[in-house]
Design a protein around this ligand. Structure first.
Ligand code: GDP
Ligand code: MG
Length: 439
């Protein structure tokens, strides 16, 4: 999508204003880029029309570069297309809030059920999960295990009871226990079929849910529009959850949901871990589609794990080239804690995809580094120069941590390299120097 859009902007370089004529070619690129990103055709048509109308409307404003103007309009229209604002979950005024999850098989309903419970628990709400997928015993076990992981009770009634009956029992149980939110997981099929729809209708009738969220795999592509439309007409949904946004999705589903159903995407899943569920931010998604990278999400995530003071402290140290092994440890641990590094790196513009094997490799080398740093004296940690100067010290650390002297030397060299790299990154041009380790 990004490269297609770039060629659209490039076609406007050198133009003075946006006109009906000079936007024809760029709009064709935008249209093609959207179609390639699996946005459904009717949505693309309406989008292109909206952007064209806007663009020609502002065509007379002089002094603003037309390509920037078009980027801005496309961005605004993308945000609008995806609902504009963040759509919060709705909670019941009295009694438990009931959230019913629906969707095709394998899209991530069961995972989302547990993630959502975890997400709401962090907001101070008590939750209960209901195992409503009676077709596969494994599905019940899966929810029970995930429920244990996030320490949320799971109501099960085996595979012999009708889903609507399980829903009724589960809801009663939740009322008895006075939990704030009941999340009901349901069965999915590979394709939309009558049986699934009728069953969901029964479950919905029994529950009278506050939210009916359609779980959509971000990789769904073109079919997302039809899928959302059908579920909305048949069951009546209140919103959607887009899963697997960490994959190679081209974003088409994200752009179609609101436009075809009038219902917003409320949350997105970005990985297999329980932490990987976030609100859906239309403006960030638009930025991501336009190739600016999901920088805001990244910054937020980084701040969560690294306290503000820590970050400022670190920045000062980097500026003054005092970055030592304590900081090194703090920083590498913070990165590890950011969870799936794949995801974090994927958010940085210009970073390629990182494979799970690379992530495991990085985690392994963090372990090794930790061992060596722990074997250092406090003084050595604060003054890495001591280690650069003294082979005896390096030898002692190698012995104490069970690593080779070469590994210790590498670590020391790495710290100095990092000092230089970070200084450069901060825009301090003189950088530092990397000492040669004495033997
Ligand atoms: P269900 O059939 O709809 O209940 O789907 P599941 O919850 O069982 O998920 C199917 C598979 O997708 C599992 O292997 C999940 O770990 C995986 N999955 C779910 N959500 C995500 C996500 O956001 N990202 C990634 N990468 N995998 C996910
Ligand atoms: Mg399931």
């Amino acid at each position: 999508l990004t490269s297609g859009l770039e060629s659209a902007w490039n076609k406007l370089k050198g133009e003075e204003v946006l006109t009906k004529e000079n936007i024809v070619e760029p709009m064709r690129d935008i249209r093609r880029a959207l179609l390639e990103a699996d946005v459904s055709l009717p949505v693309v048509r309406r989008f292109v029309q909206a952007v064209s109308d806007q663009a020609v409307g502002v065509g007379l404003i002089r002094g603003v570069k037309p390509d920037q103007q078009l980027v801005k309009i496309v961005n605004e229209e993308l945000v609008k297309l995806m609902g504009g604002e963040v759509s919060e979950l709705v909670f019941a005024k009295s009694g438990p809030t009931v959230i019913l999850l629906a969707g095709l098989q394998g899209v991530g309903k069961t995972t989302v059920s547990a993630k959502l419970a975890y997400y709401l628990k962090k907001q101070g709400k008590s939750c209960m999960l209901v195992a409503g997928d009676v077709y596969r015993p494994a599905a019940i076990d899966q929810l029970v295990i995930l429920g244990e992981q996030v320490a949320v009770p799971v109501y099960t009634a085996g595979t012999e009871v009708k889903p609507s009956e399980i829903a009724r029992q589960g809801l009663n149980e939740a009322k008895k226990k006075k939990v704030d939110v009941v999340i009901v997981d349901t069965a999915g099929r590979l394709q939309i079929d009558r049986g699934m729809m009728d069953e969901l209708k029964d479950v919905k009738r029994v529950l009278n849910p506050t939210e009916v969220l359609l779980v959509v795999d971000a990789m769904t592509g073109q079919e997302a529009a039809a899928l959302v439309t059908t579920f909305n007409i048949e069951i009546g949904i209140t919103g959607a959850i887009l899963t697997k946004l960490d994959g190679d999705s081209r974003g088409g589903a994200a752009l179609s949901v609101k436009e075809v159903s009038g219902k917003p995407i409320k949350l997105v899943g970005r990985g297999e871990r329980m932490e990987d569920l976030e609100p859906f931010y239309p403006d960030r998604m638009a930025g991501r589609i336009l190739g600016m990278g999901d920088v805001l999400s990244f910054v937020e995530k980084a701040q969560e794990v690294m306290q503000q003071e820590d970050a400022e402290e670190l920045q000062k140290k980097i500026m003054s080239a005092k970055f030592d092994f304590n900081d090194f440890l703090k920083q590498t641990r913070a990165v590890a804690r950011m969870g799936s590094m794949t995801r974090v790196l994927g958010m940085i513009p210009g970073m390629g995809k990182v494979t799970p094997a690379q992530v495991r490799e990085a985690e392994k080398s963090l372990k090794i580094m930790e061992g060596m740093i722990e074997a250092m004296t406090p003084e050595e940690r604060e003054k890495p120069e001591l280690l650069a100067e003294s082979p005896t010290r390096r030898k002692r650390i190698a012995q104490d941590s069970g690593k080779t002297e070469q590994q210790v030397s590498q670590l020391v060299a790495q710290l100095f390299q990092m000092r230089v790299r970070m200084k450069n990154l901060m825009g301090v041009m003189e950088g530092g120097s990397i000492p040669a380790l004495s033997n």
